[in-house]
Ligand binder design. Structure first.
Ligand code: NAP
Length: 392
């Protein structure tokens, strides 16, 4: 239910970077009589080789001669291991905390700033034995590969992977780039996670945990079937010409659709890629592996570091706007409980779902926009992304 709110953000308030106090609302209907109603309403072939390898591994992890009752009992004995990217603040940290408090999970906090993550874990009161911090910079594919190596060397099983980290650069006038030269928002939020999840799929598949899951955090901002998703600039991947050209801003546009750079749109586009990727994973691997693939919109967590690049006035007004005007505000603690639910709740095992929560914080399967559920586009994004990250 808080769903909309987040999306209403950067572009709802268009405050000039120069700091003019007057906020101009691009979508004036938001302040209209029907706002709360609208908000409520809105809230309301992979390679065969890979498939074969996965199938063989699935068979190999089943111990012959053990009854299923014994196996089930065994499976519930050990702590689950969950990797959470971007666990040093906001939603990722709140999720890590919520899972740590259950005592049933060991959280691998996959973060680019070790010290910040350590301080964050301490200030959240997480007990040392419940987490490990491992370095991961999603804006570098080398770092992603190194993370996977380090994780494997740790000897821990992988039961759940949460792709949560993101950057949002709404006020950037010019694009900035990842180590490999991809526009930073799509390079980090989509391509970094794409490589990470493709590589770790093998590890997830080896897990004997009762329910193994791969979760990619989405957003209402990428869904143009909502009020928030219609606040300009709207997400639109177009014919993917910029993505196919490598998003390098030199011989191709830095934007997926090939248009001029727009930082807010680049973030929304990256979220569409996240949601398409989750569904493509589901289509390609769920049946063979039993892994649950899911995405979610955690609500508008207007206080997180995601808005750090916005001007100070926006950061002051946005939470107030979400709390008292749209009433879509969700605290970091509540959002963490929601994502923790998608990680561990036995009733949320359905694969291919985009979860949302209503005003009573009850989860429901939400509808994705036409573009964010476009099967053909998902296939193309997958195939182009494979090439960009060196998997094809
Ligand atoms: N806030 C909302 O209203 C809202 C709404 C819908 C969806 N979401 C989604 O929720 C997720 C978390 O966002 P948040 O609101 O919690 O923002 P946040 O507090 O800024 O958290 C983002 C996390 O991503 C990490 N990160 C950024 N770039 C990275 C990189 N190159 N490598 C590794 N980690 C990196 C950050 O690390 P550092 O601490 O080192 O910067 C931080 O831990 C995102 O996927 C976002 O799209 C948020």
């Amino acid at each position: 239910m808080a769903l909309q709110a987040a999306a209403l953000l950067p572009s709802t308030f268009s405050i000039s970077k120069e700091g003019k106090a007057g906020a101009s609302l691009k979508d004036s209907s938001l302040f209209g009589k029907s706002l709360s109603d609208q908000v409520k309403c809105d809230f309301s072939s992979p390679s065969l080789k890979i498939k074969k390898v996965l199938r063989i591994q699935a068979v190999a992890t089943t111990t012959p001669g053990v009854t299923s009752a014994t196996t089930d009992r065994k499976k519930t004995l050990r702590k689950g291991t969950v990797v959470v990217t971007g666990a040093s603040s906001g939603l990722g940290l709140a999720t890590a905390k919520a899972l740590a408090e259950t005592g049933k999970w060991h959280i691998i906090m996959a973060c680019r700033d070790f010290l910040k993550a350590e301080r964050a874990a301490k200030s959240a009161g997480m007990a040392k034995e419940n987490y490990t911090i491992m370095h991961l910079d999603l804006a570098s594919l080398d770092s992603v590969r190194q993370f996977v190596d380090s994780f494997r060397r740790s000897g821990r099983p992988l039961d759940v992977l949460v792709c949560n980290a993101a950057v949002y650069l709404p006020t950037a006038k010019e694009p900035t780039f990842t180590a490999e030269g991809f526009e930073l928002s799509v390079g980090t939020n989509h391509l970094g996670h794409f490589l990470l999840s493709r590589l770790l799929l093998e590890d997830l598949n080896k897990s004997d945990y009762p329910s193994k899951r791969l979760i990619i955090v989405g957003s209402i901002t990428g869904n143009t079937n909502t009020l928030a998703g219609n606040v300009p600039p709207k997400a639109n991947l177009g014919d993917l010409r910029g993505l196919a050209g490598g998003l390098n801003g030199l011989n191709s546009s830095a934007m997926i659709d090939g248009a001029d750079f727009d930082g807010a749109k680049a973030y929304k586009d990256s979220k569409v890629c996240n949601m398409l990727t989750m569904q493509e994973f589901h289509r390609r691997y769920h049946e063979d592996t039993g892994i649950t693939f899911a995405s979610l919109y955690p609500g508008c967590i207007a206080t997180t570091g995601l808005f750090r690049e916005h001007i100070p006035l926006f950061r002051v007004l946005f939470p107030v706007f979400q709390k008292y005007i749209t009433k879509g505000f969700v605290s970091e603690e509540e959002s963490g409980k929601r994502l923790a639910q998608v990680v561990s709740d036995p009733s949320l095992t359905k694969s291919g779902v985009y979860w949302s929560w209503n005003k009573d914080s009850a989860s429901f399967e939400n509808q994705l926009s036409q573009e964010a559920s476009d099967v053909e586009k998902a296939r193309k994004v997958w195939e182009i992304s494979e090439k960009l990250v060196g998997l094809a």
